[in-house]
Ligand binder design. Structure first.
Ligand code: SAM
Length: 433
């Protein structure tokens, strides 16, 4: 019997729909890799569809409200994910053609027993979307960011900055690397620009990270320019004992080792520590690694310095993880705030008198940043603020606040670059008591 051939492009759409469905259900976004889609071009196209659907989620929500009079059908398998991918293609990726968006969407849900009864609806909705695509393409940019977050950010960072956040959400982030050793030839081979200290920025990426020069011999690691700031602010003499609480996958651990500290890297997540171990092996670094709860860890000997890169809402990473914008509730943030306080209290207990504590989060929310400093100064009387001075971070105008915190976000452009950086908050404390 002759085998029915699969329409071209269907496989990648099915893989993209499964990944988007998982992210809409709350999973962290990770691009499809070679095990999920072996063909590099298919993979690139599938990832482009998913990231466009995620970056434009706010605008696509508005289109769905316009197109689905009865709302999203319940328990309908991949229907919603396939529909969102097709709307992303129709409206924002016109170079991919409208025909495949419609045809492959219907074919994709015909293969899903939970969605196949909706193929007529899919067809009708996408035809209506196609007729309206010019109007949808001009949708208000204000829809890109969830309203509650945008209101809070406007109050904190100003309306101009929030407009830039929306642009950064659509544009995505450049790739920033931290160099293990000074090497001007490597920077040239990477096609990168020096940014701040040992950060190199690659504005365009035509290859997977693993295929870039110097990856195999561990000559750099991936780290956003903002994420590289906290470890630089410890300022202790080489040889000091430093505890990296919440260390995995190890970007800051690597910086601390590079700075010459004796590093203990702690995390409570064994699988993330496996990634840290693999990263350290690639870089040729060998920290002491501890799997433990940072809220209760009780070291035999206290540390000269502690870096606490606390788990947080991660709203500052929305350029690479647009899903964080839509998956974080006020309740999630309150839970993180409680955990951060428990971790801060124990970080303080792990320090020698006169030791230095760096607290940082990749969040744009004051509740996880500035407000936590106020709490710590009140609840942990042996802790005083050690304000960061602008001169400590040359090339980063506007990131050091009047109180001596570091506050970065996608509208702050480091060095000569024209793209911004992740949202990060950093405070430095000294233990006096
Ligand atoms: C923001 S990430 C750390 C990133 C890391 N510092 C880096 O630069 O690569 C937060 C980490 O906190 C860890 N974590 C969460 N709760 C923890 C706890 N109670 N004790 C220790 N680690 C925890 C998570 O497993 C996660 O690896």
């Amino acid at each position: 019997m002759a085998q029915r051939t699969e329409p071209a492009g269907l496989k990648l759409r099915l893989a993209a729909a499964q990944r988007l469905k998982a992210v809409l259900a709350g999973e962290h976004f990770a691009p499809l890799g070679p095990t999920e889609l072996a063909d590099g071009r298919d993979r690139a196209l599938a990832n482009r569809l998913i990231t466009t659907a995620l970056r434009r989620q706010g605008q696509i929500n508005a289109m769905l409200a316009d197109l689905l009079e009865k709302g999203m059908p319940a328990k309908s398998g991949t229907f919603e994910a396939v529909l969102r991918l097709s709307l992303a293609q129709l409206v924002f990726l016109p170079d991919l053609g409208a025909h495949s968006a419609l045809f492959l969407a219907v074919e994709a849900i015909k293969r899903d027993p939970k969605a196949r009864h909706l193929s007529g609806l899919m067809n009708a909705v996408l035809r209506r979307a196609q007729a309206n695509s010019a109007r949808y393409g001009l949708m208000d940019e204000a829809l890109l960011l969830p309203q509650t977050l945008a209101l809070g950010w406007t109050a904190a960072y100003g309306p101009e900055a929030v407009l830039r956040f929306a642009e950064a959400l659509v544009d995505g982030a450049p790739l920033d690397l931290t160099l293990r050793d000074e090497d001007a030839d490597l920077v040239t081979a990477l096609g990168g620009e020096r940014l701040l200290a040992d950060t190199v920025r690659l504005e365009s990426r035509d290859r997977p990270v693993e295929a870039l020069p110097g990856y195999d011999d561990g000559r750099w690691w991936v780290q956003d320019a903002a994420s590289a700031l906290p470890a630089r602010l410890l300022g202790l003499p080489a040889g000091s004992a430093v505890l990296d609480l919440c260390a995995a996958p190890g970007g800051k651990t690597a910086q601390l080792i590079k700075a010459g500290y004796k590093v203990t890297a702690l995390d409570s997540d064994g699988s993330r520590l496996e990634r840290l171990n693999a990263n350290m092996a690639r870089l040729g670094y060998a920290p002491r690694v501890v799997e433990a709860d940072a809220a209760t860890f009780d070291p035999a000997t206290p540390f000269d310095g502690v870096l606490l890169d606390a788990p947080c809402s991660a709203t500052g990473t929305f350029r690479r993880h647009p899903e964080v914008l839509w998956s974080r509730s006020a309740g999630d943030i309150a839970g993180r705030v409680r955990l951060q306080r428990a971790l801060l209290a124990n970080a303080y207990r792990c320090l020698v008198p006169n030791g230095t504590l760096i607290y940082c989060v990749c969040s744009l929310e004051a509740a996880e940043g500035e407000d936590q400093v106020a709490w710590a100064l009140d609840a942990l009387p042996g802790l005083t603020l050690s304000p960061v001075k602008s001169a400590e971070l040359p090339g980063l105008d506007g990131a050091v606040t009047p109180k001596g915190f570091v506050r970065t976000h996608p509208a702050i452009t480091p060095g000569e670059g024209n793209a911004g950086m992740d949202g990060f908050f950093v405070a430095r404390f000294r233990r006096t008591g």
